[in-house]
Design a protein around this ligand. Structure first.
Ligand SMILES: [Zn+2]
Ligand SMILES: [Zn+2]
Length: 123
């Protein structure tokens, strides 16, 4: 019986482009490659604060903007990133948030590439 349960969620190479703001690239043991924008990661921060926020309907918080311009939302970037053991990465986001720990299991789960999107059931 093959023990391949978590083989796909181990990275062989992780590149985090903190200084250029280009996001993060991960190459996985099964040959898959993932690229994540920092803003994508910020939106999917798995910490208790953010997942709690997500469960609250945000609709009433922002009344319709009178401005004719599209609402400007600064893209989150990362000021620093650090490894958490060998299983996760922690980011210090540009909005001051730094409690989110992204395990490689989770990162593989949220891989934004077309191949993964195609097999992932939409929420
Ligand atoms: Zn968070
Ligand atoms: Zn993918």
């Amino acid at each position: 019986m093959p023990a391949a349960s978590d083989a796909s969620s181990k990275p062989v190479a992780v590149k985090i482009h903190v200084s250029t703001g280009q996001g993060m690239d991960i190459a996985w043991t099964d040959g898959h490659q993932s690229h994540y924008e920092f803003s994508y990661l910020r939106d999917r921060c798995p910490c208790a604060v953010c997942t709690g926020e997500h469960s609250i309907a945000p609709a009433a918080a922002t009344p319709a903007a009178p401005s004719p311009l599209p609402i400007y939302k600064p893209r989150a970037t990362v000021r620093a990133a650090s490894a958490v053991g060998r299983y996760a990465v922690q980011f210090d986001f540009s909005d001051g948030h730094s409690t989110g720990i992204f395990s490689f299991d989770y990162l593989r789960e949220i891989c934004p590439c077309e191949a993964c999107l195609a097999v992932r059931p939409s929420p």
